[in-house]
Design a protein around this ligand. Sequence first.
Ligand SMILES: Cc1cc2nc3c(=O)[nH]c(=O)nc-3n(C[C@H](O)[C@H](O)[C@H](O)COP(=O)(O)OP(=O)(O)OC[C@H]3O[C@@H](n4cnc5c(N)ncnc54)[C@H](O)[C@@H]3O)c2cc1C
Length: 481
Amino acid sequence: MRVAIAGGGLAGLSCAKYLVDQGHTPIVLERASVLGGLVAAWQDEEGDWIETGLHAFFGAYPNMLQLLQELGIEDRLQWKKHALIFNQPEKPGVLSRFEVPDLPAPINVIISILRNNDMLSWEQKIRFAIGLLPAIVRGQKYVEDMDRYTLLEWLQKQGIDDRVNSDIFIAASKALTFINPDQVSATIPLTALNRFLQERHGSKIAFLDGAPPERLCQPIVDYVTERGGEVRVNAPLQEIALTAEGNVKHFLVKASQGKPAYEVSADAYVAAMSVDALKLMLPEAWKTEPYFQQLQELEGVPVISIQLWFDRKLSDVDHLLFSRSPLLSVYADMSNTCRAYANPDKSMLELVLAPAQDWINKSDQEIIDATLLELAQLFPSQIPEQAQLLKARVVKTPRSVYKATPGRQQYRPVQTTPITNFFLSGSYTRQRYLGSMEGAVLSGKLTAQAIDKTAPIPAHIDSSNETSKPVSQSSTNAATA
Ligand SMILES: Cc1cc2nc3c(=O)[nH]c(=O)nc-3n(C[C@H](O)[C@H](O)[C@H](O)COP(=O)(O)OP(=O)(O)OC[C@H]3O[C@@H](n4cnc5c(N)ncnc54)[C@H](O)[C@@H]3O)c2cc1C
């Protein structure tokens, strides 16, 4: 089957990858000049990579890790020591580490919490553990049911100390969803916690060894094109044209880069755009369908990425850090964490500003100034006196992953739509992971499977191809490497 896919983020590319594995011919149409969507990056005039956002991979990403293995690029993940590291606002410049020993889950995570005495008292730890019990014992069903509550409401309901919220959950909530515990659905952090408590290497963190378009997207493009598929950039979908019956007739690609508008016809069509872009593209005839109406309940959340180049080394920490500051969420010194950005003499911090609602319309300079003020708390001996800022870059994403407020789970659409030749893909669609890279890859795989079901592969095609295996939610992970 020929399959047209609008959107060259991780979901669209993953969908194309699994379609070629099943013997189909995908053609990916990406609006931008660079692939990757929310993981896109580009080089500035000085050759430095500017990224849409700091991206951390987790051991609890089975589909992403499986994809990297299938592409033969699993060595591009640089695994860090198994630990979660937090700044301590009350002790500027001092880090608090939850070191996870190499023992079976959940004992390893529990030991890491028990051993850390910087952030929680024993009483708080015990209350926290008791509060978490239903999620551990009753599993994902309970976690899904908690979508009724904000995280803050859930913590109060469980009698979990406010200090646990301010010490741990504000940081986790901002890192996972770019919003605070009084807004985020309890399901989101509980899902992440559950994975961390169930998988030995679930909370182990890795960084890609370079810019995602080169190191992650390009290998997928090569894989797809070598097997007869096609990937086009500067190919914005302008219209989903319909037949008289309301199915897709063709995708109309907008004129771009001096190329006139053109039609792409296929046997099946996939929208792998963000939910916000898709809503603008929906044909009038589909808008009354309840399936498409539910999309109105989903909306991207703003987030801002900041990269700062300094004239000296600020730290030797080779890890992701939770800043626990009001403005910032997570950050990393990429000169330590990422091979392609390595520099023994100068730091390059990549930071996530979240929640970004109040900042998205501010100037880059205002954002940089506010960030430097907070960094003075994190690096008190170097900022502002010692270290000089050489360069700063700000990337604003007004609508990123879907805003995971309470009640959203029910509106996340499955990949199969009521239109027989039209499918959805994207980290916002229904899959058991959050709006994340893992969610995007898994959604692409689920979409490819759904399409494949509509056209069973003829018997003469080699069915021993293991790479197109169904979704493995709990496959062994490469984090053990
Ligand atoms: C700052 C930031 C930090 C993040 N950190 C992490 C992290 O640490 N770990 C993690 O797992 N996840 C993280 N994420 C989330 C992760 O990046 C996303 O969940 C994932 O990349 C989404 O992929 P997607 O393919 O579903 O959507 P997108 O990446 O949004 O892809 C959609 C694509 O569709 C294209 N498109 C839109 N309209 C059209 C059109 N009309 N025609 C053709 N193409 C179109 C877009 O250009 C885009 O390329 C982060 C995101 C951000 C913004």
